[in-house]
Design a protein around this ligand. Structure first.
Ligand code: ATP
Ligand code: MG
Length: 419
């Protein structure tokens, strides 16, 4: 199994943010959209209220029909159901419409920021990290981010519905409501356990996708070299391996995600069975009215749905969270080249002085060790040395493309890190 996970470790600049941090940051992106979000929230509440009204209305009518068997009652019910349906549709329409706009705007901003992050990273960043993986952070990961928000709103509305229903159920029959709740801990435990596994699986599948992207991107950008050296077969073999890995990872995550949902549905069905049985007994001995029994059987699906859907939404939600994590990590990657000050610069004469300088691109090899050289202003010098001696590196240091690790680099006698 080892080979499946090879190379799917986090990139060095990946941070592991807590869910709280991630969500806090996502919310910050939404802050400018606050009025729209409040409107959406109101629509969510209204549509939840209307959705709860359906089973209650029908249950009420069922009980009323026991005593007054009139056409009028039925007409009234039909009219009420119709009106509630239309209103609920309107609320949902506005909710989806405004959510889509707000989410679109936020993705626009996030993607701009991610791209700005790409430009802001140091040269050394790109020595280390394949550009393909970075591309997928800017394109697909920002997209995934949007799903977090849409799903969270859906989940919120479902939870609201859940609490409304629970309140109604307890009000109508304490005895049956308690029975309904027998299953709840099992569902909650299952969902929580799943939550832990899901995050890991999700991260791995995203990384394997990024690996596929990186591979394709590298081959395409270096295709002339590859063809000159007749490397097509090798590249194909390499891609096949990466692609196979992505397949394995996805199959595994598919098993995890698709396994949990049926399990939850089964447990929920057990809950329905209990309510049908005990509610039925209650109707027989007249401790529960037919209307209330109907209300329970009808609303138990509404009731379980939020709980079971956390589990199924969780996968999507986790995908979105880890995608946003990847985008934020790209934004937050520490700059290697650090200025200690930013003083204004006058006209420079151009004296360059390397003083006991230490420099390496990575920990495998030191390029400059205790290097000292003074180039006077206006002086022309020739750097001579075998290939790889470090001639070009001197220029890169003066351009501040890379950070040196020790000693000083002075321009006109001033530390280059203070400009
Ligand atoms: N981006 C990089 N990442 C890691 N190592 C690097 C990088 N660029 C150069 N090196 C290494 O640093 C050393 C110095 O490289 P540099 O390019 O400064 O040599 P050079 O003297 O300019 O060589 P040449 O005469 O071939 O141009 C070499 O061993 C090289 O392999
Ligand atoms: Mg060179």
């Amino acid at each position: 199994m080892g080979f499946i996970m090879d190379g799917l470790e986090a990139e060095a600049y990946d941070r592991t943010y807590s869910d709280r941090h991630l969500i806090g940051r996502i919310i910050r992106y939404f802050r400018p959209k606050l009025p729209v979000m409040i409107f959406v929230a109101v629509m969510v509440v209204l549509s939840s209220l209307l959705d709860t009204a359906f089973p209650i209305l029908i249950a009420q009518t069922l009980d009323t029909l026991q005593t007054s068997r009139t056409v009028q009652t039925v007409v009234l019910l039909a009219a009420a159901i119709f009106v509630a349906g239309v209103l609920s549709w309107l609320c949902n329409f506005f909710r989806q419409w405004y959510t889509a706009r707000a989410v679109g705007d936020v993705v626009l901003n996030l993607r701009n920021d991610a791209f700005k992050g790409v430009l802001a990273r140091d040269m050394s960043f790109y020595d280390e990290f394949p550009s393909g993986k970075i591309v997928s952070r800017v394109t697909s990961d920002t997209e995934e981010f949007a799903t977090v928000v849409t799903l969270t709103l859906n989940l919120l509305s479902q939870f609201l519905l859940f609490f409304l229903i629970v309140a109604v159920l307890f009000y109508r029959s304490l005895h049956l409501a308690l029975l309904t709740f027998v299953i709840a801990p099992v569902i909650v435990l299952l969902a929580l356990g799943f939550r832990r596994i899901a995050r890991n699986v999700t991260r791995r599948s995203q990384r394997s996708l990024a690996r596929v992207n990186a591979n394709v991107q590298e081959v395409v950008s270096g295709i002339t070299v590859a063809k000159n050296f007749r490397q097509e077969q090798n590249m194909y073999n390499e891609f096949k391996q990466v692609n196979e890995q992505s397949y394995q990872v996805n199959v595994r995550s598919g098993f995890v995600y698709n396994g949990i949902f049926p399990l939850l549905v089964m447990v929920a069905n057990l809950g329905t069975t209990i309510v049908v049985y005990f509610g039925g007994l209650g109707v027989l001995d007249h401790s529960v009215s037919a209307g209330v029994w109907f209300l329970f059987v009808q609303s138990i699906n509404l009731f379980w749905f939020p709980l079971t859907s956390i589990a199924s939404f969780w996968s999507q939600f986790q995908l979105g969270l880890s995608a946003s994590e990847r985008v934020f990590a790209l934004l937050d990657a520490d700059p290697r080249v650090k200025q200690i000050d930013s003083q204004p610069v006058g006209r420079l004469a151009g004296e360059v002085e390397f003083k006991d300088l230490f420099f390496s691109y990575n920990d495998r090899q030191t390029v400059l060790r205790d290097f000292t050289l003074t180039i006077k202003a206006g002086e022309t010098i020739a750097l001579v040395g075998h290939t790889g001696a470090g001639k070009s590196s001197l220029g890169k240091l003066i351009a501040r493309f890379y950070e040196f690790q020790g000693g000083q680099l002075l321009i006109d006698g001033r530390d280059i890190r203070t400009f």
